[in-house]
Design a protein around this ligand. Structure first.
Ligand SMILES: C[S@@+](CC[C@H](N)C(=O)[O-])C[C@H]1O[C@@H](n2cnc3c(N)ncnc32)[C@H](O)[C@@H]1O
Length: 1014
């Protein structure tokens, strides 16, 4: 039974101004696959759609399932408790663990065990292992000691459910009443507008990880190690990923890998103002930088180890790297994946030139490893042969329509079109032992230098079909460029550079789409799952979405996640027709194919003999008539130019006759006019046979699939399908009593709640107080650590304000956002204190938006959010401290809700407090820095499901203007324009009578506000 979880039939409305937003169509009746696209049936431009046509805007949906990881609004310390750690161990054989020669001990045990087993297979395995132990390995500081590492098992919390179709529904063109009626009917159909995400019943939804729900792709904010560990441990995804694309920082110029603002691409290494403000990024930065290449290699090796676990047996991993660390990274990959699974090293062009005193570096590299090489899924990708150029350089001759053959002229070589069939001479012989015999062509005999590639009985087919020709004393095979107009790509990709500033590059370190596209097309099929643990601007997700693959991607940087979210939300693609609509994407697309005619396919084609037997007698008789006409007309003497009698002169008056191959293609000037018809008749018989043979050759050829050229549906437009935005939650920090001193260079991962820096922070808080707007300040009279034995892990200090009020302080984690569970726990603990504190201050480098919202909503106690200056984390990384302000109060985002005359609502965002880190000032209510804001008009307290999304900072051609023109043509331009402002479109209250507004600033920092509707 074919899966059809998102089936939706689309009744065509026929209304010109109507459009529909749907999932891909899935029908019940099994259908035959439509014919492959041929070159000639190239799709016509969409704007030529017939009047009255109904443009469908669709997205692909996947029938797969995923587990119900928690929606953030349902998370409490009880529903999603902390889950311990996973211990990951490296292959012990490759790590010399102790000072004496430990491998010797292992070797002895290995030999003893193998001998004792008496089993040949085990002995063989032991010998292979011994061989492996002999091979050299890469060592670096700390590697030998670190034979295993622990990773926290975290849940991935769903913060947002994004469905671009649901968002665009709000800006569709106004419809005629009939269309509206039809649209209304459609809107209630399940799976159309309201079911991009399956909302499990509360009972199941809260029972995290125990139930399945429909697949949606995933954009996750968090460290790749935590994300991959969670996928493995909590979601059992080992072996489920088909392709992993990793584009890590290259392990050089560390600072320039981290983009601090959404709109700032010119980032300089070691420049204070370009240093990231994100605590997680500072940690990632330290991880890869603190011990130079040593920590970098540890960082990468850990991630590759987990990546391997996620890969399917048939899967592939690609690691993008530059020449500086290519050699090291390859050694690590050999270690993790096994040298025997090395699948290729691809060199791809990244820019058109870079200046250096020596050779300019224009390429980067991809290391490609299979999980298991013999089982690798591989789809050959082809490029088109160019006459005189790529793949076609050897094709230097042309066969004219008359049948005459000659070399290409220089002008013809440099033009992409030619008036005839382009061909080359190719080998008809080989060096490997085969058959040798004499071949006679056109009255001349040939003997191979090596061996003929074809046996004697089959050779006549090549000769009869004019597929052999001579040059000097050698016989060659005639290979036309169109016999196989494509050629397989190799490991040098020249056509992949992103062109300088004119390109629409949005991220400082963005990979060209073409590079990832090729990797994906070579190693996956539609519906397969692709993972990129280094999302950046989301190129892999974009490419996967474009090609109908499922995707998961993550990044520690909020700036990156914000960019990727915007890119995906506003992307549009061609709609590729499904080969078997009832099977969905798993059934694949309808690909274009090209013929692949080979010497072998011609030699093995028996039809050539049949055609020859049927058609050749007519040629013989036409030749006889031609010779008679020449004699009759007393044609002048003729010098033979082809074949065995080349150079001889024929005297027709003496009864000499032309042989078949000696007949000229063009009419000789000195021949009498009355031979013209006989010559034309001869050529027409010859060409009739040739045409039939060529058709038979084409029909007998193999077809190669062009996986990068699926058939494009003319009447369908496509946008990104539903995806969730998720985040790794951070644990709350340890109490001040428990916290140790500042940690040593820590090469493990970013997520640690423990921080010796809290002592420093408390001292600084006491000294500096908290800055508010307009010069206000909150000063502390005293501030002491809270002892742990009072069960106060989530409150870290207690004291009094200058005004005498009792206050408690809860610090967020060192390298992450303060998360909502910490808010709940800290409040519970504050409630147990006596006397009850008047105020609770949450201090953090970043606040999870849900946590910030919860703090804002607290009643019965004054709760404040104090933003901590990242200088407190990066004093060692900066040349100079920008200013002395360390803590400042964060207000709530300013959001206004207005009711309209017809009982609808409109929301306006006035901005939020923005701390200018360069000037050290808190700026109020700025709208200028809002990179994005989203409105959920019916907030269900589970996670945000935006119905309207705005990009106020987007310039021309950015934001929603990125949508293809033909999609924009289906939308109401003025309503779409509103999506670049700060005032929402009018909307009706939903069932929950509550809205949520999320604002994201240009540093990727989010704030969330929930407002009930009267
Ligand atoms: C070279 S960029 C990737 C760019 C991407 N290929 C694109 O086309 O936009 C590397 C990314 O890895 C992210 N990153 C670095 N360390 C990370 C970690 N530990 N976990 C997740 N992401 C990390 C960085 O924030 C950065 O965005």
């Amino acid at each position: 039974m074919p899966a059809k979880p998102h089936a939706s039939a689309n009744a065509k409305t026929g209304d010109q101004d109507d459009f529909s937003l749907e999932t891909q169509q899935v029908t019940d009746t099994p259908s035959k696959p439509p014919k492959p696209a041929s070159r000639k049936t190239k799709s016509t431009p969409r704007n030529s759609r017939a009047t009255g046509d109904d443009a469908q805007i669709l997205s692909y949906r996947h029938a797969d399932k995923r587990v119900n990881n928690p929606e953030v609004g349902m998370v409490t310390p009880a529903t999603d408790p902390e889950a311990g750690k996973t211990k990951w161990a490296y292959d012990p054989h490759l790590d010399p663990a102790l000072g004496f020669d430990p491998q010797r001990g292992q070797i002895e045990t290995l030999i003893d065990d193998a001998l004792a087993s008496g089993d040949t297979a085990q002995m063989r395995a032991a010998l292979e292992e011994l061989k492996r132990l002999q091979s050299p390995y890469l060592n670096w500081a700390g590697k030998a000691e670190r034979t295993s590492f622990d990773i926290d098992i975290v849940s991935l919390h769903v913060h947002e459910r994004i469905d671009p179709a649901s968002i665009l529904t709000a800006v569709r063109k106004a419809m005629s009443t009939t269309a509206k009626k039809k649209q209304a009917t459609k809107a209630v159909q399940p799976g159309l507008f309201d079911a991009p995400f399956e909302n499990l019943p509360l009972r199941d939804a809260i029972d995290f990880y125990r139930h399945e729900r429909g697949w949606a792709n995933r954009l996750i904010s968090g460290d790749s190690l935590l994300v991959m560990n969670s996928l493995l441990q909590k979601e059992n995804m080992a072996g489920r990923v088909q392709m992993i694309y990793i584009d890590p920082p290259y392990g050089i110029k560390y600072g320039s890998n981290f983009q601090p603002f959404v709109g700032k691409r010119d980032v300089k290494d070691r420049k204070d103002e370009d240093l990231t403000q994100e605590p997680e990024m500072i940690k990632a930065f330290r991880d890869t930088w603190e011990l130079g290449v040593h920590s970098y290699l540890t960082y990468l090796r850990d991630r590759l180890l987990l990546a391997r676990e996620l890969l399917n047996e048939t899967g592939s991993v690609f690691v993008q790297i530059s020449d500086e660390n290519l050699h090291h990274v390859r050694e690590i990959c050999d270690e993790i994946f096994g040298a025997k699974n090395f699948a290729g090293l691809i060199t791809f062009k990244k820019t058109t030139g870079s200046t250096t005193n020596l050779l300019s570096g224009v390429s980067d590299y991809l290391l490609w490893y299979a999980r298991t090489l013999p089982s690798l899924k591989y789809r050959q990708i082809y490029l088109t042969k160019q006459i005189g150029g790529n793949g076609g350089g050897a094709y230097g001759k042309i066969q004219l329509s008359s049948g005459a053959r000659r070399p290409l002229t220089t002008a013809e070589k440099s033009s992409s079109r030619a008036n005839g069939k382009i061909f080359r001479f190719d080998n008809l012989t080989s060096q490997s032992p085969g058959t040798r015999y004499e071949v006679t062509l056109n009255g001349h005999s040939y003997y191979p230098k090596g061996y003929w590639k074809t046996e004697a009985t089959l050779m006549p087919r090549l000769l009869r079909s004019q597929r052999a020709d001579a040059s000097g004393e050698n016989l060659y095979y005639i290979r036309f460029i169109d016999d196989f107009p494509a050629y397989p790509i190799n490991n040098s990709w020249e056509d992949t550079s992103i062109a300088g500033f004119s390109s629409d590059k949005r991220y400082v370190v963005e990979t060209s789409i073409k590079v990832i596209e090729r990797c994906l097309l070579m190693t996956t099929d539609p519906g397969d799952l692709v993972l990129d643990p280094t999302c950046g601007s989301g190129t892999t997700a974009f490419v996967a979405e474009k090609w109908g693959r499922r995707w998961i991607t993550c990044d520690t940087s909020r700036v990156a996640v914000t960019l990727a979210k915007q890119r995906l939300m506003t992307a549009s693609y061609d709609y590729f027709d499904l080969k078997y609509p009832q099977e969905g994407l798993k059934g694949g697309f309808i690909y274009k194919t090209v013929p692949h005619i080979t010497l072998k396919s011609i030699a093995n084609n028996p039809e050539i003999d049949t055609i020859y037997e049927q058609k050749h007698p007519a040629i013989e008789s036409a030749l006889e008539k031609l010779n008679q006409a020449l004699q009759h007309a007393k044609a002048p003497a003729f010098t033979v130019t082809e074949g065995g009698r080349k150079g001889q002169t024929l005297d027709f008056s003496k009864g000499d006759t032309l042989l078949e191959w000696e007949v000229p293609f063009d009419y000789p000037k000195n021949w009498p006019a009355n031979v013209q018809d006989a010559l034309a008749a001869f050529h027409s018989c010859r060409q009739a046979m040739q045409t039939q043979m060529d058709a038979s050759i084409a029909a007998h050829a193999d077809q190669e699939t062009l996986y990068d050229q699926p058939a494009i549906a003319r009447d369908k437009l496509r946008i990104t399908g539903p995806f969730t935005v998720e985040a790794v939650p951070f644990p709350s920090v340890k109490s001040l009593d428990e916290a140790d001193g500042p940690p040593e260079a820590d090469t493990s991962i970013a997520r640690t709640g423990e921080s010796g820096r809290q002592h420093q922070w408390r001292d600084e808080l006491l000294k500096a107080g908290i800055r508010g707007k307009g010069g206000q300040k909150l000063n502390f009279a005293d501030l002491e650590p809270l002892p742990t034995d009072e069960g106060m892990q989530h409150l870290h200090a207690t004291g009094h304000l200058d005004s005498g009020e009792r206050v408690v302080v809860s610090f967020g984690p060192e390298y992450g956002a303060l998360e909502q569970r910490q808010v709940t726990n800290a409040l519970t603990q504050a409630g147990n204190l006596f006397p009850l504190p008047k105020m609770i201050v949450f201090c953090a480098f970043a606040f999870d938006p849900e946590a910030a919202k919860d703090i804002d909503a607290l009643r019965g106690i004054t709760a404040l959010k104090a933003q901590m200056n990242t200088d407190l984390l990066t004093d060692d990384l900066r040349k100079a401290r920008a200013h002395n302000q360390s803590f400042w109060l964060m207000g709530q985002p300013e959001v206004e809700v207005r009711k309209t005359k017809n009982d609808q609502y409109v929301v306006e965002v006035h901005g939020f407090d923005y701390f200018d880190t360069v000037k050290g000032e808190l700026i109020s209510g700025g709208k200028k820095k809002i990179a994005m804001w989203a409105l959920d008009t019916d907030y269900d307290e589970r996670s945000l499901f935006p119905h309207q999304v705005f990009f106020p900072m987007a310039g021309r051609g950015e934001g929603w203007e990125k949508l293809k023109k033909n999609i924009r043509a289906e939308l109401d331009e003025s309503r779409l324009d509103a999506f670049h402002g700060t005032v929402s479109l009018p909307f009706e209250a939903g069932d929950n009578r509550k809205i949520a507004v999320k604002i994201v600033d240009d540093r990727g920092i989010e704030s969330l506000k929930v407002i009930p509707l009267g």
